[in-house]
Design a protein. Structure first.
Length: 115
């Protein structure tokens, strides 16, 4: 009888450890989507999602895409435009997180400064 009780308590202990470690592992994937670091890489996002229309250095102009090297838009307006889209440009709010949109907007600011 004594051995049976301790087996049950060990099983319970293992069970609780399992639940606790699952809880810890479940948290990080919920908060980040693309990059494993906390700050998303704007350049990597640009190369993945924006090159098709804007080109590697921002001046390709595919499907009427604005020339990002000549863009005068301030950062906040770029964030809003990338989030909500405009005319032929698709909105990215369902594709990129808010942090990723900000990071890629920052990156486009560098494209227009390298002029
Ligand atoms: C489907 C093609 C397409 C893709 C993909 C695309 N864009 Fe655009 N983008 C456009 C078009 C077209 C415009 C011009 C919109 C307008 O004003 O009519 C534009 C405009 C912009 C502007 C405004 C520039 C200005 O001065 O008005 C920014 C900034 C911009 N895009 C950034 C991005 C970023 C960052 C990405 C990737 C996350 C991206 N775009 C992906 C087509 C695209």
């Amino acid at each position: 009888m004594h051995t049976k009780v301790s087996t049950v308590s060990i099983l319970l202990l293992v069970y609780y450890l399992f639940i606790a470690s699952c809880g810890q592992n479940a948290e990080p994937p919920a908060s980040n989507s693309v990059a494993s670091s906390s700050t998303p890489n704007g350049e990597a996002i640009y190369k993945k999602y924006c090159i098709a229309c804007h080109g590697a250095i921002g001046d390709m102009g595919m499907s009427g895409a604005a020339n990002l090297q000549q863009s005068q838009l301030p950062l906040e307006a770029r964030i809003a435009l990338i989030r909500d889209g405009r005319n032929m440009m698709t909105p990215f709010k369902g594709i990129l997180s808010e942090e990723e949109i900000e990071a890629v907007a920052h990156y486009t600011m560098q494209l227009s400064q390298s002029n």
